[in-house]
Ligand binder design. Structure first.
Ligand code: B16
Length: 219
């Protein structure tokens, strides 16, 4: 029986994935490098420096490590400036009631985000109040598709990974959850790729998967 749910952040609990895209696009435009939505989608779930490699794919020239670190910092400053403007109103309306109901049904909830900015996002949006634990990019050394972030989140919940579900919008995130030994639930982009054990159209459908004690387990 599933007792814990580990949620990705960007693209699942809040649509900061669009802000990542806009911040990378701003950098690409300044450098005169073409950057498409398809490339932006491939940045989902992967680390900041791996994302930068995707952004620079069509640069037509090589950059030094020092330049790349400056570019990553520039993007992160632009991204954080956008995050400062976030408020609880930016959280999709079905997310808080779904999280509250899952907890009421006895599930323990954790964040499993590769972002080093997750703490700022949780604080600005109030999402932290719906979670029992938060694992983010500051707690790990290997990014998705490595299972480390999901294993860390399960450990924080005090649950074995096989008692947890991983919810992620990135194919790399679903691969990470599966490698951790969790049941995987895809939503958004990863659901479009039919990547999960369960592929959801809406966040609220999690309530169909986890009906609660005494009822037949959806998973
Ligand atoms: P940062 P998630 C991931 O967050 C993002 O999907 C990915 O696009 C980003 O590169 C990565 O975090 C690192 O984020 O630059 O803010 O530290 O999807 O795992 O919540």
């Amino acid at each position: 029986m599933i007792q814990g749910i580990c949620f990705d952040l960007d693209g699942v609990l809040i649509h900061t994935d669009e802000l990542h895209y806009l911040a990378w696009k701003g950098l690409a435009d300044r450098l005169g490098v073409p950057f498409s939505r398809e490339q932006g989608d491939r940045c989902r779930g992967v680390s900041r420096m791996q994302s930068l490699e995707i952004v620079l794919e069509h640069a037509g020239r090589a950059y030094s490590q020092e330049e790349k670190e400056r570019f990553a910092q520039e993007k992160n400053e632009a991204y954080r400036a956008m995050l400062e403007a976030l408020s609880p109103a930016d959280v999709p309306e079905d997310v808080p009631p779904t999280l509250e109901e899952l907890r009421r049904r006895g599930c323990r909830l954790a964040l499993a985000s590769g972002s080093k900015n997750a703490g700022l996002i949780l604080a600005r949006t109030g999402l932290g109040t719906y979670l029992d634990a938060a694992a983010d990019g500051n707690h790990i050394t290997r990014s998705k598709p490595d299972p480390e972030i999901f294993l860390t989140a399960a450990q924080m919940l005090g649950l074995p990974p096989e008692r947890c579900a991983a919810v992620d919008d990135a194919v790399a995130g679903i691969q990470a959850g599966r490698a951790a030994g969790m049941v995987t639930v895809a939503i958004g982009d990863s659901a479009a790729h039919r990547a999960g054990d369960y592929d959801l159209e809406r966040f609220g459908q999690l309530l169909d998967l986890f009906p609660g004690p005494g009822k037949e387990e959806g998973l």
